[in-house]
Write a protein that binds this ligand. Structure first.
Ligand code: APR
Length: 234
């Protein structure tokens, strides 16, 4: 049998044990901030300084976190699996890259990138951002913003993501609550194309009934064990 094509959807739970807060857990980000104020285009238009401070605080915090054993296991899977492995992440951190993953799509953008609302240019960015920040491409202070996808905006690379999910033999979902579409709908697309679907999460997610298999526990424990099993069986 030809080597399995594997697509892995990851969410905030994958980075939780690296010290990055999740969104919907009891102590998550949305328990502290109103997403309508800090993660929507309307919120940015109303109060850009508040939104910049929210992302500046997260960008500073992301500078000190490191990949955990689950990120490392997924990078190992990409290196050692005979077939193709792709990661589609909802996370805006850079932990997959730092762990060595290469076949990686950030569908919700990246915290270490800035977008000029004036000319559309994207630039790598690890400092604080403000509305008055000059865009390196157009030279204008015309509304630099974090290069992340806000509620109500279209996630990036959806055609490519659907192409990969449609061709997958195995679809893994790791560390996501299955609350936010279109990411939460990818498991149904994978199933409809015949993929085996597995959820690896601390607890059953909103979409748990869509998965053929579920493995519950902390990512740094369950993901390395699952990857070892996959590699041993190829
Ligand atoms: N190991 C595995 N799973 C974990 C761990 C852990 N250590 N800690 C938490 N989880 C699980 C939680 O049980 C939860 O199901 O990770 C999931 C995190 O869910 P959310 O906080 O909703 O994060 P996510 O699913 O990534 O959110 C999706 O929503 O707010 C938007 O853009 C934001 O990309 C984000 C999207």
């Amino acid at each position: 049998m030809s080597a399995q094509r594997i697509v892995v959807l990851t969410g905030a739970g994958l980075s939780a044990e690296s010290g990055v807060p999740t969104f919907r857990d009891k102590t998550g980000i949305w328990a502290k901030y109103d997403y309508r104020e800090v993660a929507t285009p309307e919120g940015f238009a109303r109060n850009p300084d508040l939104v910049h401070e929210f992302y500046n605080m997260r960008r500073r915090a992301h500078a000190t976190v490191r990949p955990n054993a689950a990120h490392a296991a997924l990078a190992r899977l990409e290196r050692e699996h005979e077939g193709e492995v792709w990661i589609v992440t909802q996370n805006v951190d850079a932990l997959h890259e730092q762990a060595g993953s290469r076949n990686l799509i950030h569908m919700h953008g990246e915290i270490f990138s800035a977008l000029c609302a004036g000319c559309g240019a994207r630039s790598p960015w690890d400092q604080d951002l403000a509305l008055a920040t000059i865009c390196g491409a157009c030279g204008e202070p015309r509304g630099m913003r974090p290069d992340v996808v806000w509620f109500g905006e279209m996630p990036h690379h959806m055609d490519r993501i659907r192409e990969l999910v449609g061709a997958a033999d195995l679809f893994l979902s790791i560390g996501t609550s299955g609350n936010v579409y279109p990411a939460a709908g990818l498991v149904a697309e994978a199933r409809s194309h015949g993929a085996h679907t597995v959820e690896l999460n601390l607890e059953p997610s909103e979409g748990r009934r869509m998965f053929a298999e579920a493995i519950h526990g902390p990512a740094t424990r369950v993901v390395p064990v699952y990857v070892e099993k996959l590699l041993a069986s190829q």
